[in-house]
Each structure stands twice: as C-alpha cells, then as structure tokens.
Write a protein that binds this ligand. Sequence first.
Ligand SMILES: [Zn+2]
Length: 250
Amino acid sequence: MLLQQQTWQEIETYLTRSNGIILPIGSTEQHGPNGLIGTDALCAEVIARGVGEAADALVGPTIGVGVAVHHMGFAGTMTVRPSTLIAIMHDYVLSLARHGFRRFFFINGHGGNIATCQAAFSEIYAEFEGAVGVRRDDELRCRLANWWDGKTMSALAKEIFGDDEGSHATASEVSVTQFAFPDNIKHAEMNPPRAPSGRFHGPADYRRRFPDGRIGSNPGLASPEKGRRFYEAAVPELVRTYTGFLGENA
Ligand SMILES: [Zn+2]
C-alpha cells in the first residue's frame, strides 16, 4: 500500500487501525561496472513494497539520495550532506506525525546512511518529546532496518557468493536489482573478478584504490534468480521486525 497512491480519506481510515509506516531510504551512487546508480534506493524501495504488502502496512515515499560523499569521484553520483539528510528525515517524520503516525520503520539500502539516520532519530526525539520545549508524554519511535543485515541475509550471501559478496557493489544487491528490473541488466567484464578490499578516505582516495568502484565484490556473479532468493529472504525477516516494532510497548 503506497502512501502516494491513496486518497487522504484512505489514510485517515488506515490511521484508525495502525500508526505505523514504512519509509525506504537509499542512495544514488556508483555501483561498479554492472551495478545501477540507483541500486541502494531501488533495493530499499522494492523490498519495502514487498514488506508493505505482506504486513498490510503503508509505504511512504523513498528518500532516494543519501550520504554518498566518498562516491563523488564517479559520474552520476549524488549526495546530500549529513545535516541535509537529518533535516529531510526530521521533516518527513514530523509531517506524518502530525496526522497521527507514531512508528516509523526505515528500510535502508546504504551503509553510509546509518550514522546519519541515528543522528536524525535523536534530533526527531529531542523535538517531538519536547526535550527543549513544552513537555510531551506522547511517544514516537523510529527504527532503522538495513535490508542486507541480519543472520538470514548474511548466511545467504555467504552460501551463494562466499567471499565474492564484498562490501560495495555487492553481488547480492546487484542481484536484487536484476531480479526487480530484468529489462535493465548490464553486462561488463570484471577485472579483476573480485575487487580489492581495504580502507579509504574521501572521493579521490576511493577512486585511486578502487578504480572501477567495487570494493571486495564480484557482481559478475549476480543473477535475477539469486536476487529473487535475497528478496524472498529479506521480506519475511523484515515483516517480523516491523511487526515486533509495532508491538513494542516499553
Ligand atoms: Zn549499495
């Protein structure tokens, strides 16, 4: 159920049975030779829609551009500053809170967003709970769920790709986009097959160390069928997390 495809009356009715909403958040950044620039936003969105359907929950608009400063050495990458992302999340959550939403479940597709999301939650709580204003006892909660995280997902990545999964432009995320967008599969030679791993600082150093954009991965092994397995594992796991989150009451 997509927020943007409902009427306001339908949302008013939804709020009589649930105060929860799912918000996909991703990034628009290079993903190596065969990975789409939208990979992180697309994976988060596709999986969030699956979770929304299975859990009969509303899914809000995707935050499609995240914190991707270190990918800026590659054409097409877009980034927002951490302070901008905090402001966006703050405004999304508090505008929905005004209508009665109180549980905000962010399904995230980008590791580089995690620290900023946690800071955004602190910012939102400080304002909503009146830490610096009028006291308010009503409660609002945010939760961040990285779709690729969790025991099931890492076991599956290990089983299917072993050490070729990598940490950026991973074989699993490229597979998920191939599953979701089979008409837009890109083919490229991976040289070397598995990209180097290691640390970096900033966009120039990143591009020097990882010239084709990948870190530690071989997304040449990606396939739509493997993507389907990740999708089908991620959705029920996230449905459980979401349902548990709604039921929390302590
Ligand atoms: Zn990614």
